[in-house]
Design a protein. Structure first.
Length: 192
């Protein structure tokens, strides 16, 4: 299953360098050997006032994050969004995403509206991305804190979240049974 990174190619975004952004992303993905990531053009509806943008489209909940890479400032603090207002830039081989302006209703990791989130995505080996997350909110925590997760590529099948979102317990049992059958078949197979 491939992942998709969308880059707007509307006439307004093209005039602001979206073709160069798309080319740079494709080059970085190719250089890193990420065969399961596709960079695709898309056309937003209406005139873009803010492009070019990169859209990360996650599997779960299908809530894309639009991350401008053109060093524009964040939205005014009076403009709050459920997932915050993200801005990204490259620091060498690391994509750094700064997010502020979270909605008071979002309550991300227990934080308040003063949350400043910094994410770093760094490919450290074939099939491995180091995801570093730093959270700062002086109204919630006494000091910023950081978590690091290694995201490893898997050869296992990935099932669409929408297929089983209401059947979590059933899916856990089904997948556990399927994994047990796979292990039994591997154990019974003649040595190679």
């Amino acid at each position: 299953m491939s992942r998709v990174c969308l880059v707007c190619q509307n006439i307004d975004c093209k005039s602001r360098g979206s073709e160069q952004v798309m080319s740079e992303l494709q080059k970085r993905i190719t250089d890193q050997g990420l065969s399961d990531v596709e960079v695709k053009p898309y056309m937003c509806f209406g005139a873009c006032q803010d492009g070019p943008n990169v859209v990360l489209y996650p599997e779960i909940i299908h809530d894309p994050r639009i991350i401008p890479l053109d060093r524009r400032p964040h939205l005014p603090q009076s403009v709050r969004q459920w997932n915050g207002d993200s801005r990204g830039r490259w620091e060498g081989k690391t994509l750094v995403v700064y997010t502020t302006n979270f909605s008071p209703q979002s309550n991300y990791m227990g934080s308040g509206t003063n949350l400043h989130l910094i994410e770093r995505f760094t490919r450290i080996a074939p099939g491995t991305i180091k995801y570093e997350l730093t959270l700062e909110d002086p109204t919630t925590w006494t000091k910023p804190w950081t978590a690091v997760i290694l995201l490893r590529q898997t050869k296992d099948k990935i099932y669409e979240f929408a297929c089983h979102e209401g059947n979590y317990d059933v899916m856990v049992s089904m997948l556990a049974g399927a994994r047990a059958e796979q292990k039994a078949a591997e154990a019974a197979a003649p040595p190679k």
